[in-house]
Write a new protein. Structure first.
Ligand SMILES: [Zn+2]
Length: 429
């Protein structure tokens, strides 16, 4: 850790930038980057470029051509801004996603107004994660101005599509080498995990669609057909009897929050059988049909202790057991996506550095957590092969994706101090 006088200087500098931090956060919230469909990515990248270029950041705007969702109407734009230090050394990269999720109902504030009320700034993305992006920018700028002789480099990226898998954002950049260990050594993702929490990684996920097959017939003579929904019912029964008890018996040593997620879980994301749902304005009646197909999408979250092949095999075991018990039972499994668990070691340099900075700034030891769902760390780990990556940022995780989402100015400022201290630790002699 650098000496106290340096940290004091940086803290004092950050305190003078409180208004700037508020204005920056408001500006970011006022650019509505809803995803889907993925609006205004270019605009927010240009905003960040206009902010960082005059501060000697080399800015690259990168479109993720032909990734899912990319089109002329909704191009997937990303920005990577890099500021070189005075001498060679490590690069610390702050990665934030610029997209926000749909608004939903029940807002009492202007969702894209960036309204400041007391210590809170309201708006979609305030907490997840434009507040974190703003805090990392302020931290980097204050650090650079206070210690222009720093070594190494600082990068700030604003990336698309995290909320929809990150393929037009971090995954694309990782494929293009932007997270290659030769270029970047430390990654901090300022997602809203809580001020004193270091998020080491996330559980894995396997999404798949299961289809059961049947045969159409007139609904008055169902014995002439074969009901796909009843077959799926048997699958659900078998899941309840054998699979769910098995999953809840699998515990993990990963410090997942909330604690209920320290086990394997399975969500049935959707279920559909038989005729399509009619349009809401259709006033007619359905026709009598025996369904020939039923489909459900499963979302299986798995642990670092589990083997991915076993995760798949458990589902096939359920389907094969039902098949052995029912005549004419047939099924299909279509994989939608697989995400492998990621967990950075507690003694990795970025972890120990942020942990020491939390202790110094907040006067309490850091808490280590793992996210129940995944975020862009998956791509930095799997595609970029960079293991020295964490999520650390301001904001309350539970507020993410909620109506009247907000971020606290004091939390942003404190987290900027933690990030700034970590920069002192990693980039000053
Ligand atoms: Zn997020």
């Amino acid at each position: 850790m650098p000496d106290q006088s340096k940290l004091d200087r940086l803290n004092a500098e950050l305190d003078t930038r409180r208004d700037d931090l508020i204005a920056l956060t408001q500006d970011l919230i006022r650019i509505p980057t809803l995803n889907p469909p993925g609006e205004n990515y270019r605009l927010i990248c240009e905003y960040l470029e206009a902010r960082l270029k005059p501060r000697s950041f080399n800015c690259e705007l990168i479109r993720a051509f032909e990734t899912p969702g990319d089109s002329e109407k909704y191009p997937r734009w990303n920005i990577v801004a890099r500021r070189e230090g005075a001498i060679k050394g490590d690069c610390v990269h702050f990665n934030s996603h610029t997209d926000v999720v749909e608004l939903g109902q029940d807002w009492t504030r202007d969702a894209f107004g960036g309204e400041l009320d007391g210590d809170k700034i309201y708006g979609r993305g305030a907490c997840d994660m434009k507040g974190g992006l703003a805090a990392s920018i302020i931290a980097a700028e204050a650090f650079i101005d206070t210690f222009p002789e720093f070594s190494g480099a600082i990068e700030i990226s604003g990336t698309a599509d995290e909320e929809t898998g990150g393929f037009g954002g971090v995954a694309y950049l990782a494929e293009k080498g932007y997270f290659a260990p030769a270029r970047v050594q430390h990654v901090i993702i300022p997602e809203p995990l809580g001020l004193d929490c270091i998020c080491l990684g996330h559980r894995g996920a396997w999404w798949a669609e299961i289809e059961t097959k049947g045969r159409n017939a007139h609904g008055s003579m169902p014995f002439l057909g074969d009901c796909a929904v009843r077959h799926m019912g048997a699958v659900l029964t078998e899941m309840e009897t054998s699979l769910y008890p098995l999953l809840s018996s699998k515990r993990t040593d990963m410090p997942v929050i909330p604690k209920g997620a320290r086990q394997s879980t399975l969500n049935i994301n959707s279920f559909h059988g038989g005729q399509e749902e009619p349009d809401p304005d259709f006033t007619g009646l359905p026709s009598p049909m025996v369904p020939d197909s039923a489909r459900m999408v499963i979302d299986r979250r798995f642990l670092i202790e589990e083997n991915f092949e076993d995760v798949q095999a458990e589902i096939y075991d359920v389907l094969e057991k039902v098949k052995s018990e029912r005549t004419d039972f047939d099924y299909k499994v279509r994989e939608i996506q697989q995400i492998h668990p990621s967990m950075t070691a507690k003694d990795a340099p970025v972890v120990t550095s942020i942990a020491a900075a939390i202790e110094k700034t907040l006067g309490k030891p850091a808490e280590y957590v793992v996210s129940p769902g995944s975020y862009d760390q998956k791509h930095i780990d799997r595609i970029g092969h960079l293991k020295n990556c964490i999520a650390y940022g301001p904001g309350i995780l539970e507020l993410a994706h909620q109506p009247d989402e907000y971020v606290e100015v004091s939390a942003m400022l404190d987290s900027a101090k933690v990030m700034g201290h970590s920069l002192c630790d990693l980039l000053l002699e």
